[in-house]
Structure formats: C-alpha cells, structure tokens
Unconditional design. Structure first.
Length: 387
C-alpha cells in the first residue's frame, strides 16, 4: 500500500512541497513573494532573499550553505517552474479545472461550448454534435489551463538574450531546462554534461507519454473501484451475518452463553475495523488518483511549451506514483477470515449449548434417581407395615 503521507490531498501536497517559501512558509505569488532561483537551484521568495542579502554583497543559501554574490534580489532569475505550477494549480482549483466533455466525459481538449445546449465538447465530440445538430452554433471555449501572462510565452527571460525564442530543451538529469540559442552557447556546450534536444519534439513526446500514462491510471482506477465495491459488499455481508448470529442466539441466551458471545463480538469488531480501514484507503486512492488524472489532462491541454515542460516533471512524478502503486484485492483473504470466524463462533456456541444441555440432563437424571430411591424406600416401608 502507498504510505499514508502520500494519501493526503494531492493539491495540498503539491502546494506544500513546491509552492511555499521554505523560510517564511508563505505561498509564492507575483507580488512581493515571487519565487527566485539561486545558482545552487534552491528557490526562495523575493522578500526572504532581501532579508538574507541585506547589508552584504553575498548571500548564504539556507538549504545548502552555498555562498553567492549578490547586488540586488532581482539579480536572481524568477523560478518559472514554480510560477507556472502556481498558476496551473490555482487555475485547476478555482477556474473550472474539472470541466468535462458532456458526451464522452473526458477532460482532455474540452475546446467548444454549444450555445443552444449549453454543453461542453471535446474536438471529436464537437464534430459529431455538429453533424447531428446542424442548426446549433458552437463557440471556442477560451478558458485556459494556465493564465498566460505576457512574460510566460515561449521566449527567453534572461537579460541580454533579446527575448529570443526558446528552441532547445536540456534533457540531462540534473538540468531539465528550456533554452534559447544564447543559453545553449553560454552554459550548455559540454556534451558530457548536457543533452540538448529540439524543444518541440520533447514537448510532443512528453504530451503523448503523459496521455498514455493517464489512460493506464484511469484503467487502474476502474479496477480499484471494482475492489472497493467488493469490500463494501463484504462489509454488508459481515453486518448481516452479525445480526443473524445475534438473532439466533437471543432465544437461548443465558449466563452460560455470554463467553462465546463476547468472543464473537471482539472478533467481529476486528474484521469490521479491517474492512473500514481498507475502504478508507481505497476511497483516498480513488480521490487522489482521479485528481492526478484531471491535473495531467489539464496539463496536456497547455499550449505553452515552456510552461508545459516546467510543470511536467512534477505532475508526471505524481502520476507515476499512483500508477505504480500496487492495489491488491484482499477479497479472498477477508472472505476466508470471515468464513473461518463464523464457523469458529458457531462451533464454540454449539459446544456451550451442548455443555448446557448435558449439565441440565445430568441434573434431571440425578433428580430422577433420587425420586426412584424415595419410591423404593416407601415401597419397602409399606411392605413391612402390612406383614
């Protein structure tokens, strides 16, 4: 099972891990707390960097203790990965991020709205809707996954690079950066350390791979839903069997039956607790995995190459986390435990009832023998009385 720390709200976890300044714990924004990236690749908000570099020409990174020369906090570039992720999650949470195609139910490419039906459609379903309803008018859905700001287009933001178009992507494990030609010439010449690829090719491939993983996770979600239904059914069966057991026991209940009944109730609560824990886990998995699929599908809709590539590693990492989580069906295991538990309880009850019957039988036999002895005595007294 996935660890509990990974089962909190996905959005909350992403915000805590990536969108809070680790010094002041405030959420990054575009005002005073813009995320700035130090040369050591650690990010802090502008306000905290100002305080760290105040009255000094150097700044010591609180995370790794690296020392950097600084004249002004704005000398450090904005961390576009965190800026894009902030915009992405805010849009997803507050601006109709879960909009689905009204026909096929998917969130990918929900691009048009029918003015007559007031329904949203993806591109494929839009064409079918037009064919079936030729008098209807469909308009383009202008809601974007990201609020595209002017400085968020696919151009280089580094000073003296003349806002050149981003053409390359460094695919080395320790870099993963979008680059303009000047970036490539200045900092990415060493072939042994960097792996430059065409940015559009990387963009297309990662979108395609992300879509494949989303489909796989959606398939797993369906399987987990089936497992959850089985757990819910077993929970209902357990409750029915428990009620039945008590109903059958009440007519013969007395102090001699109390011990097996107490043991039954303890075992019942143990199995019930397992089922509740299992059901809660499956429900949390379904909620977060579904949220992850929706996030990924919204990211696939993004048309900004740099924004997509900046956010992709984080969203893709979460997607693979849920995709690689092994959710096993414990239906047979729980059913076997339930059957064994019921059989053991009935055997214990039968032994108690039989013991009670034998005890009652012994008392009856003893009483009968006593009566026979009295009768024999009386008969003897009578015999000698009339001799």
């Amino acid at each position: 099972m996935m660890a509990d720390k990974n089962m909190v709200s996905l959005i909350t976890e992403l915000e805590r891990r990536y969108l809070e300044c680790s010094i002041c714990t405030e959420v990054f924004d575009e005002d005073g707390r813009t995320p700035r990236l130090l040369p050591c690749h650690h990010s802090f908000c502008s306000e905290c960097i100002k305080r760290l570099g105040r009255k000094k020409d150097t700044l010591k990174c609180p995370s790794c203790n690296a020392v950097h020369k600084v004249e002004s906090p704005i000398d450090f570039p904005k961390d576009n990965t965190r800026r894009d992720l902030t915009s992405f999650l805010q849009t997803h949470s507050y601006r109709n991020a879960f909009k689905k195609c009204c026909k096929c139910g998917r969130t990918v490419d929900v691009t048009h709205t029918c003015q007559q039906c007031k329904m949203d459609f993806c591109e494929m379903c839009r064409q079918q809707h037009i064919t079936e309803n030729k008098s209807h008018s469909l308009i383009v859905n202008n809601s974007e996954t990201f609020q595209e700001k002017e400085d968020n287009f696919d151009i280089c933001q580094i000073p003296n690079h003349d806002r050149a178009k981003l053409k390359y992507f460094c695919n080395s494990a320790n870099c993963q950066s979008v680059l303009c030609p000047s970036c490539a010439l200045e900092d990415h010449r060493e072939i042994s350390k960097h792996a430059l690829e065409d940015i559009e090719e990387v963009f297309k491939k990662r979108k395609q791979d992300l879509g494949i993983d989303v489909e796989s996770l959606r398939t797993q979600i369906l399987r987990v839903k089936y497992i959850l239904q089985k757990v819910q059914k077993t929970t209902g069966t357990l409750q029915e069997e428990g009620d039945k057991f008590h109903r059958n026991l009440y007519p013969i209940y007395d102090r001699n039956i109390k011990r097996p009944l107490d043991q039954y109730d303890i075992a019942f609560q143990r199995i019930e607790s397992k089922l509740v824990t299992r059901k809660d886990y499956l429900c949390r998995f379904l909620k977060n995995a579904s949220e992850c699929c929706s996030l990924s599908e919204q990211l696939i809709n993004c048309n900004s190459i740099s924004s997509f590539l900046n956010v992709h590693p984080i969203v893709d990492g979460q997607l693979k986390l849920y995709l690689n989580t092994q959710v096993y069906s414990t239906e047979g295991e729980i059913d076997l435990e339930l059957k064994t538990f019921l059989d053991d309880s009935l055997r214990l009850l039968e032994r108690s009832v039989n013991s009670q019957k034998n005890h009652e039988g012994d008392e009856v036999n003893s009483y009968q023998r006593h009566q026979d002895e009295i009768l024999l005595v009386n008969q003897g007294i009578g015999k000698y009385k009339y001799v």
